[in-house]
Structure formats: structure tokens, C-alpha cells
Design a protein around this ligand. Structure first.
Ligand code: SF4
Length: 69
């Protein structure tokens, strides 16, 4: 469990397919399904309100401190 507040990303906030990338001043979200399935946008328009690929779980990279990637 993370102590960080959720991203304003809708379903992606709780999807294990989400990949959170951080720079020193920002964070952005990639959809992990997009690499194998062109039906999914690599950078989905947020917030995602409906998604056939939603998979409950913790997004990858959420617990990393800003600037760690
Ligand atoms: S599968 Fe859907 S809900 Fe999950 S990260 Fe990709 S766009 Fe977001």
C-alpha cells in the first residue's frame, strides 16, 4: 500500500497494467497493455472511466520517490 495520493487517472489508478514514470517535476502514466495490444493507447487520455483491460492491482512505479526513474 502506498502513502501517495492517487493520480487523477480514473481506473488506471487501481490497475496493475499502469506504469507510472516520473521525472524531477512531473509524473505520467503509460498503459502496459499497449505494448502488446494496439487497441490500447500507450498514453491513455485521463481519467480513464471505462476500460476492457482493467486489471485490479497496484500500478507499477507508484511507490518510487519523484526522480527515481
Ligand atoms: S488497461 Fe486500461 S485501466 Fe489499465 S492501465 Fe491500461 S488504460 Fe488504464
Amino acid at each position: 500500500m502506498s502513502s501517495e495520493p492517487p493520480l487523477p487517472a480514473g481506473l488506471c489508478d487501481g490497475c496493475r497494467q499502469a506504469r507510472i514514470r516520473r521525472s524531477a517535476r512531473s509524473a505520467f502514466l503509460l498503459c502496459g497493455r499497449a505494448a502488446a495490444d494496439p487497441a490500447f493507447d500507450r498514453y491513455p487520455r485521463l481519467p480513464v472511466l471505462t476500460c476492457a483491460g482493467f486489471e485490479p492491482g497496484e500500478p507499477v512505479g507508484r511507490a518510487l520517490p519523484p526522480g527515481a526513474r
